[in-house]
Design a protein around this ligand. Sequence first.
Ligand code: SF4
Ligand code: SF4
Length: 316
Amino acid sequence: MVCDSPLIQNPIKPDVPKICNHVQCQALYKQRLDMSPALYKQHFQRQQQYIIQKKFAEIEKQKHIERVKHAEFDENEIIKKWAEDRLSSRNGRSIKVTQIPTGLEALKPLEAERINEYLQHVQSVIERACEVEDISELLDDQLLATHQSLLLQDARINSNPMLEAEVEKLCGLCRGGCCAAGGNHAYIHAVTVRRLMDGLSVNAGELLDFYQQHLPQFSIVGSCINQTPTGCSLPRQYRSDVCNLYLCEELEEHLAWKESDQAHSEINLVVQRGNTNWNRFEAVEKNPVTCAYLENDEGELMQLAPEILLMPDQPD
Ligand code: SF4
Ligand code: SF4
């Protein structure tokens, strides 16, 4: 009734108008109760056009995402075939592809503007943390769920050195493709600092000094203020739950594979592409392959010959 979605009449309530479940369509339909019919008619026409355009844009975006995924998948298959043909001994094992992003690289001395913005952010979350009697006053359902997930994930990874090694290996190759969205806030939250104040008995001034002193001299351009070429400048305890919990989709899938029986009958091929974790679908067609690695019998990743990067579309 509002947008162009195909609608089915509810046979139990034939007198109820047909409206799709889209939240904006539902909201627009309800607004008729708050306006005169003439005003609502105008408002409806304007909003209907906006909703239809927005839905069209969403559909097109989804199609583009699928196109990029397919193009990259097809290219990964070519690289996989290339590797299979050259691998002298696979002992009957097949190859499984793990695609990972790449962290940004360009380095620059930290500008005063970025430092000020970051310190203002840290100062404001410290002030918020000091306002409450107890940390529970800062926690909402989402923050609690994130912390709970972090505890479970830490228990899972810390109890399995193989998973820990895989995280180190792949995140080490990627060099923080997910840190590219950390900006000048680094996800530091009032809960992060309140936990430190309660657990380490540090006061507000000491904490602010700590965060200031741990700012790197040179930081990665366009990424989190704390990201350096060797990783995060903050000790893990001082990072937010978001930072400590986050594993990109590809790494999540890889760890699940590593825990499965399939890992015994497959060899891991890592295809690294030039996108960060956040801009993959900005590519017009696909993101360029920057490196490819094949796992050897010792579990080490061996870089494949660079010619694979030059002619992946036409394997010999
Ligand atoms: S979690 Fe993913 S995006 Fe982040 S550093 Fe590791 S491999 Fe890169
Ligand atoms: S604080 Fe550290 S882990 Fe978090 S986004 Fe910044 S560099 Fe990455």
